[in-house]
Design a protein. Structure first.
Length: 176
């Protein structure tokens, strides 16, 4: 188990556009495991590799992590490698989002309500899914990370500037 530190805004590394994974090999599997450990340690439901400073197109997710498997304690995380949106609905949905890289800030974001996407699993096999609800929201939030976009980039310029000021101040206080 290896928990890696999670970068927080306004760290410029979070703005990187992540590179395609060329081959799903042992190194990628180890990175995905570390990402899952880091996500659970931070009480998150998703994480993109760029958030632990590795700009590769890899996402881990466990939407049931708060409950877990009560009997076995088994974690059911899934991994999305090189994810691509194939279709997005005209219909929109609004969810309150949070981000481990934007600590203690939550706000409503509007996104397509339903999507179809493809990705590679940990065996390098191509998978297609249809998603709605929290899965659609979380997948789009994490895929934004792969383009260097944070959920606060969907808010008004004024709100984003205020939040970034607050985050910078909190970071300064934490290191003082
Ligand atoms: O940092 C991240 O990208 C993970 C993020 C995923 C996410 C949460 C909510 C909406 C979209 C994407 C989190 O896990 S934030 C922490 C959290 O568990 C949470 C926050 C708000 C609502 C639900 C869960
Ligand atoms: Zn995030």
């Amino acid at each position: 188990m290896a928990v890696r530190p999670i970068l927080t805004a306004p760290d410029p590394r979070l703005k990187a556009v992540s590179a395609l994974v060329e081959k799903v090999d042992v190194k990628i599997r180890k990175l995905a495991e570390d990402m899952a450990d880091s996500m659970y340690a931070a009480d998150g439901i998703g994480l993109a590799a760029v958030q632990v400073g590795v700009a590769k197109r890899i996402i881990v997710m466990d939407l049931n992590q708060k409950e877990g498997d009560q009997k076995t304690g088994k974690k059911n995380w899934r991994v999305f490698i090189n994810p691509k949106i194939l279709w997005a609905s005209e219909e929109k949905a609004v969810y309150e989002e949070g981000c481990l890289s934007v600590p203690e800030i939550y706000d409503d974001v509007e996104r397509p309500a339903r999507i179809k996407a493809e990705y590679l699993d940990l065996d390098g096999k191509r998978v297609e899914i249809e998603a709605d609800g929290m899965l659609a929201t979380c997948l789009q939030h994490e895929m934004d990370h792969l383009e260097g976009i944070l959920f606060i980039d969907h808010l008004s310029r004024l709100k984003r500037a205020m939040l970034l000021k607050k985050l910078t101040k909190a970071k300064k206080l934490a290191t003082a």
